[in-house]
Ligand binder design. Structure first.
Ligand code: 13P
Length: 248
């Protein structure tokens, strides 16, 4: 069985001080949790304080983005080696907000994953369709295209896939557990067909996950965890999602 994996994507929220406050309240709430992997992805400016506070804990530290070059004249960008040295072992790549607001294509996502892996970082690869694409029955085509482009010439080790339907992100409109499972099963089939080791890859669901819906989502055989935005910003709410995700 794949171990549940619950990740917090804070997006552009929390200063370093707020990060410290969160972690000091959150760690005691999850100190005895061993049945799920837990990850926090704060903004870049909070990585230093988060790394210091999480050092002797079992909580994984990740960044929300990374650049595909290793160094050079790329004003404002952050390299994988910088993330490693800041204490990250993982990075989120290809979030729909990066695709939408920063024009990230599958080719760019693919380059980012390659550079991240080369530098020893694990990756959470985000994919998912828009409402328009779902309504036009294009969901599986979109997922296939994103998987093929993002994972071109890459093995599956070090990869977690996050299925995040765009219409469910920040809208309070969670996918039903059946919709999530169906999309995850499709993603797993694609990986089985094209790569080795598909059955070991964890597939997280993301989009309006809360303490109230996590247990139901996790009843699904293909749902291996969650990538949580809004409900990960409060320690008690995120801790409830972590404990609610542990499959009995
Ligand atoms: P919400 O949980 O706020 O819907 O965000 C989901 C998400 O985009 C996580 O990456």
């Amino acid at each position: 069985m794949r171990k549940p994996f619950i990740a917090a994507n804070w997006k552009m929220n929390k200063t370093a001080e707020e990060t410290e406050e969160f972690i000091n309240s959150f760690l005691p709430l999850v100190k005895d949790v061993s049945g799920a992997d837990i990850l926090l992805a704060p903004p870049y400016t909070s990585l230093g304080v988060a790394a210091r506070l999480l050092k002797s804990s079992h909580v994984i530290l990740a960044a929300q983005n990374v650049f595909y070059e290793e160094k050079g004249a790329y004003t404002g960008e952050i390299s994988p080696a910088m993330l490693k040295s800041a204490g990250c072992s993982c990075v989120i790549i290809g979030h729909s907000e990066r695709r939408q607001y920063f024009s990230e294509t599958d080719t760019i996502v693919n380059r980012k994953i390659k550079t991240a892996r080369k530098n020893g970082l694990d990756v959470i690869l985000c994919i998912g369709e828009s409402l328009q694409e779902r309504e036009a029955n294009k969901t599986f085509d979109v997922l296939d295209r994103q998987l093929a482009g993002s994972l071109a010439d890459l093995p599956l080790d070090r990869i977690t896939v996050a299925y995040e339907p765009i219409w469910a992100i920040g809208t309070g409109k969670t996918a039903t557990k059946e919709q999530a499972n169906e999309a995850h099963a499709h993603i797993r089939q694609w990986m089985r067909k094209h790569k080795e080791g598909a059955d070991a890859v964890r597939i997280q669901y993301g989009g309006s996950v809360t303490p109230d819906n996590i247990e139901s989502l996790m009843t699904q055989p293909e749902v291996d965890g969650a990538l949580v935005g809004g409900a990960s910003l409060k320690p008690d709410s995120f801790a409830k999602i972590v404990t609610g995700a542990i499959k009995n």
